[in-house]
Every structure is written in structure tokens, then in C-alpha cells.
Design a protein. Sequence first.
Length: 271
Amino acid sequence: MKLYVLDNGIQRLDKSFLVAGCTNATLDNPNPATIWQDIPIHSFLVETDAGQVVFDTACSPYFASKWPEFILNQSPYIASEEQVFTSRLQQLNVKPEEVKYVVMSHLHVDHAGNLGLFRGAEIFVNDAELTTTLRQYALGEGLNVHTPLDIETFLAAKLHWRPVLAEESEVTIAPGVTVVNLGSGHSWGMLAMRVDLPKSGSFLMVADALYMRDNLGPPIQVPGIIHDSLGFFRTAKFIDAYAKKHNATILFGHDIEQFRTLKLAPNAYYD
Ligand SMILES: [Zn+2]
């Protein structure tokens, strides 16, 4: 079994979106500078005896012309030709139509941008994330960073969805690959994925349930972009305990410091 980390470029945004209040003013420092932060956009490929598993799909290649203007202005996406998601798959000789499982942490613009490629896969997504995304799309409101571009692309692809219901806390999809249902928090419904590797040990991809190590604390620090703040706290505590229980390394959603320490595809992997 091999775990590949796919470097899909960066987004750049005000750090207060990631850690609320990180540049709060004080009497000593009444006008602190804001921090314009680079964050990694990454995705994962796991090769198992039971087939290939993809976790998240980075940003759409059509972002420049089809993302809402506020996203391009708030958090511009920067990626080279070799970094875009489809190029990374090609570098690993992976054909999207042959991937067996895709696990979506959630359906935000920086995670669901290439989901429509996986027509032959079983797509795991939190049930509330899927139903609420489709509801808001139908109503034409409240989508924010769930974009019509991504939704229309994956609806047109007629994907094989596997909603993870609220009562399902874990789903094993292949030996050593476990979907973990985190519930609401960062978005309407979040999934994590645990990968247990013989040599490298266990990893827990939590995506934006914890953007970066700063969010885990202690104390737990909420981000500036959040759907359910109490859910975020509950999830952060759960992840901390779960990772300790399984002796798993937490892979944060957008932590540039951690990202710089990871082995990156196509030249390196965890096994
Ligand atoms: Zn994200």
C-alpha cells in the first residue's frame, strides 16, 4: 500500500480566515498588520490491493474564468501546469476512470474542483454535505464557497454517490483505509480518512476540520470561515483523541509548515 501526497499549488488569503483573531489589536499593538498567508492545496492518492482511493480533488482547472469573483479576490489560486490535479494523476499513471473510491472531506471549491472526473468511482461524502449543497444550489442561495461550477460539473458526470449517514461513525473501504465521519463544523458535513501503513504508520487526513496546527491549540482556535462553531470545537476534540487512540499523524487541511515536511508525489510516497 502506498500513500501519495499531491501538491496542487497554493491559495493566498488573510490568515484571520484560518485562525480568527490572529491579528487582533491590543493596547500595546493597536494597529497590527494583517498576514497574507500562503496555504497549500493538496490531495491524496492511496494505492491498495482493493483499488485506488483518492481523498479530495483540489481546484477546478477552470477556476480563473468560472469561480465567483469574490473567491478570486479573497483567496487567489496559484498553480503551475505540473501542479494541477490532472497533471499529478498523469505523473502517477492514474486514470481517473479507473479509480475505485473517492472520499470527499467536503464540497468546497478547493476540494471538489475535479470530482466530476471520477465517473467509475464510489464517491463517499457526508450525507448532510451532499444534501445541503444540492438544496442551496436549487434555491440559488447560500452557496458561498460551494460553487455552481463544481456542482454543475459533478451533476453532469452522473457520479455514484455513497452518502455517509449521521449514524455511521466509521466506514472501512479497503484494508487499512477508513472513512471517519466528523459531522458538521467547518462545513455542513465533514469526512476524514485514516490510512494505516505497514512501515510509515497511520495518517489521519482531516482537511479543513483543522486548517492548521494553530487551530488545534491548546487552546482550540476557531477559524474565521466556519459554518458551525460548536461543531468545530467538538470535532477538534474528537480528532485529537482519535489520533492519539490510533497513534495517527494528523494531516492538516492547509498547514504550510507541515506541508513543507511531507514527502511529495510523484517522486516520494509513504508505505
Ligand atoms: Zn480547504
